[in-house]
Design a protein around this ligand. Structure first.
Ligand SMILES: [Ca+2]
Ligand SMILES: [Ca+2]
Length: 226
């Protein structure tokens, strides 16, 4: 009788421990999934800005990305590709104005860098323009990374492009605290930021659908465990 009681007590204790462990595992699962969803929602809130068709835009997304250290144009384009886009291709005044409004020095000061000891301007993010090798200098052979065509629209700063660097200047960025452009050499100068353009954004309803699917999976998983 005593042995039976002891066994019952031990069984009861083990059962309680298992239930406690399951509850803890359920809570951990819900907490983890909630954190993932919060991160995803956070990304959605801080998502790149859409240039809406209803506002005369092209429906593309644009994001100014500031890097912890200076990057070359090639590195900036790699970062843009990893985001599912490309360095921004500014093929009209409207697009140039829209993107500059996101990147302006008074909006994101850390995206700009003093140009050096001999000037008082700041230099802004990398853009998606580059000059093909062996092109006539300084203005020949410029094109956009996504084959958006040659530079039929331009917003060069005064006296630019000038190919001033002895090593040549074949990469584009916002210049002189403004929406104007300059050509520089990416091996001589690196910049702290870039603008990525994404032409195939995930529609907002899809974001919410993913959220609901995630919620459903958690509910099912919780019921199965408890
Ligand atoms: Ca574009
Ligand atoms: Ca230049």
């Amino acid at each position: 009788m005593l042995i039976q009681s002891t066994c019952l007590i031990e069984y009861s204790s083990i059962h309680s421990v298992k239930q406690g462990f399951r509850r803890l595992r359920t809570k951990a699962l819900i907490l983890g999934a909630s954190m993932i969803m919060m991160i995803n929602i956070g990304n959605a809130i801080a998502a790149p800005t859409e240039w809406k068709v209803s506002e005369g835009g092209n429906g593309h997304l644009y994001e100014v990305i500031v890097q912890p250290s200076l990057v070359t144009w090639d590195q900036a384009q790699s970062i843009a590709l990893s985001k599912g886009g490309y360095l921004a291709t500014l093929t009209s005044k409207a697009e140039n104005d829209f993107v500059f409004a996101l990147a302006a020095p008074d909006v994101i000061p850390q995206a700009w860098i003093p140009c050096g000891a001999f000037c008082s301007d700041t230099w802004g993010p990398w853009l998606g323009g580059f000059q093909r090798a062996d092109s006539p200098e300084p203005a020949g052979g410029w094109q956009w990374v996504n084959k958006d065509g040659d530079f039929s629209y331009t917003n060069w700063a005064p006296f630019e492009p000038n190919d001033a660097d002895p090593l040549g200047e074949a990469w584009l960025h916002f210049f002189d605290n403004s929406s104007s452009w300059n050509d520089i050499n990416q091996n001589t100068y690196q910049l702290p930021s870039l603008v990525v353009e994404i032409s195939s954004p995930i529609p907002e309803p899809m974001t919410y659908a993913l959220f609901l699917v995630g919620l459903g999976i958690i509910t099912l998983r919780t019921r199965r465990i408890s």
